[in-house]
Design a protein around this ligand. Structure first.
Ligand code: ADP
Ligand code: MG
Length: 158
């Protein structure tokens, strides 16, 4: 699934749309360079889950826990050092109920489950105020189904 997102408000709306289709035990990978809009999209998803508190980038904390319903584990692996991935005890979070959203999943590499919703956000130009191309793919049956649901519910883009 591919969309053009023209501004922060549209990214927010995409997050709300995604949230509507989450059942509560998903893994979402968010890729894209610094400033692409990964945290902005997480913020939109949290809004869609009716979470009222602040959603900040977990760049330095590695993980923020949001006590939404379902709970959300928001990771950012940008500053993950060698060996730190083991210390995090990822197995305690992933696949145990709750939604995990992971920025910079490629830094953790092989440690992460393959089956997930993968969201790639690309800048269209060097201008950070411009549109983004958002490419959503799913690995595994559950996530392919999720994308089908998203596509039949998407009222913007194509
Ligand atoms: P990341 O988490 O990928 O590093 P952020 O979400 O923190 O990125 O920052 C994205 C920034 O880009 C925000 O300041 C946001 O307002 C801005 N922005 C401008 N245009 C867009 C767009 N089309 N989609 C998403 N964010 C945008
Ligand atoms: Mg971020």
């Amino acid at each position: 699934m591919e969309l053009l997102i023209y501004n922060e408000e549209e990214m927010n709306r995409l997050g709300i749309l995604i949230a509507k289709h989450l059942k509560g035990d998903e893994i979402i990978y968010l890729s894209g360079e610094l400033g692409a809009g990964k945290t902005t999209l997480v913020r939109g998803i949290m809004r869609g889950l009716n979470y009222q508190d602040k959603v900040t980038s977990p760049t330095f904390t590695l993980m923020n826990l949001y006590s939404s319903h379902p709970p959300v584990f928001h990771f950012d692996f940008y500053r993950l050092g060698p060996g730190e991935i083991e210390e995090l005890g990822l197995q305690d979070y992933l696949g145990r109920g709750g939604i995990s959203m992971i920025e910079w999943p490629e830094i953790a590499g092989e440690e992460l489950p393959r089956e997930a919703l993968q969201i790639k956000i690309e800048l269209m130009a060097d201008d950070y105020d411009r549109e983004r191309r958002v490419i959503i793919t799913g690995q595994g049956e559950k996530y392919c189904r999720l994308i089908e649901e998203l596509m039949s519910d998407a009222h913007f883009g194509n």
